[in-house]
Design a protein around this ligand. Structure first.
Ligand code: C2E
Ligand code: CA
Ligand code: CA
Ligand code: CA
Length: 274
């Protein structure tokens, strides 16, 4: 998927100077995108494997470019990180995700948790906790319906600082998950020390043609539960995968088999239907 998206985008085509030029264009386009409200959030529902109910949704950023159409996040997040624009974009994502979840809760469905991806730069902002607190206050969303997704690599630097930030976030009442779990370098000690509430098993482990993957998935599920964390499988695309996850008592799943990320109106249709 990553390759396909990249090939679609001119940036990776021609010479280095061309690349540089289009990178500058993209940077200024990114700045405009914020002002002109070209960003959107799509939501991928997360299902409880025991009850079958929708219990959460991951907010995934979409850039609706006036000429190029939808640009996937992998094509601009790293540029946004390098230029620092990720802070403003991230603020927008956080506010919008909380606002829309609060709005959804007024419609009479069972409340769901919205999870928001945090980039490394965002996570290391000194005023992160205050910002999130204010966003919750402004939108009126109960903190227990907000989950922050961090990655293993972020948790590796400056243990004391990370621990402190995570503790403050947990005191606020928001949930914290480790995204793409299994692809980074988490030490098991960190897992037992950091107040993380959920592990998200990376989608690469869903590939059953790799025989060892089943064993890895099993161990992650069992480890999560021993550490009193919940566990969700990402990238679930087949019925066989669901059966396996159910058998192993995985709590939740997310993936194309159930639903791709949806614009808010489509998500509401799904909630209405079931
Ligand atoms: P991620 O956080 O690991 O998000 C999951 C990605 O897997 C999403 O790609 C989703 O559309 C895709 N996916 C969902 N179900 C399936 C499936 O069954 N099979 C396969 N093959 N893929 C599936 P998407 O939306 O293109 O996002 C890519 C990445 O961009 C995300 O990976 C995340 O790292 C980043 N991203 C997205 N939105 C944000 C954001 O608001 N802030 C930040 N910092 N990063 C974001
Ligand atoms: Ca994620
Ligand atoms: Ca992930
Ligand atoms: Ca990722």
């Amino acid at each position: 998927i990553k390759e396909k998206h990249r090939n679609n985008y001119k940036m990776f085509e021609t010479s280095i100077s061309e690349n540089f030029k289009s990178m500058l264009t993209m940077e200024s386009d990114l700045r405009k995108a914020l002002q002109k409200e070209q960003f959107e959030l799509h939501y991928q529902p997360q299902k409880n494997l025991l009850t079958g109910g929708i219990v959460g949704m991951e907010a995934l950023l979409r850039w609706n470019h006036p000429e190029k159409g939808y640009i996937p996040p992998l094509d601009f997040i790293s540029l946004a990180e390098r230029t620092g624009l990720i802070i403003e974009i991230g603020d927008w994502v956080m506010y919008e995700a909380c606002r829309q979840n609060k709005l959804l809760q007024g419609k009479g469905y069972d409340p769901v948790i919205v999870s928001v991806n945090l980039s490394a730069k965002q996570f290391h902002q000194k005023n992160l906790v205050t910002k999130i607190k204010n966003t919750l206050k402004e939108t009126g969303l109960d903190p227990k319906y907000l989950e922050l997704e961090i990655t293993e690599s972020m948790a590796m630097t400056n243990e004391h600082y990370i621990l402190n930030t995570l503790q403050q976030l947990r005191e606020l009442g928001v949930l914290v998950s480790i995204d793409d779990f299994g692809t980074g370098y988490s030490s098991l000690r960190y897992l037992s020390v950091f107040p993380v509430t959920k592990l998200k098993i990376d989608k690469t482990f869903m590939d059953a043609s790799q025989k060892q993957n089943k064993a890895i998935v099993k161990s992650i599920i069992h480890m999560s539960h021993s550490l009193n964390m919940k566990v969700i499988a990402e990238g679930v695309e087949t019925h066989e995968q669901i059966e396996f996850l159910r058998e192993e008592k995985c709590d939740e799943m997310q993936g194309y088999y159930f639903s791709k990320p949806l614009p808010p109106a489509k998500l509401i249709q799904l909630l209405t239907a079931g």
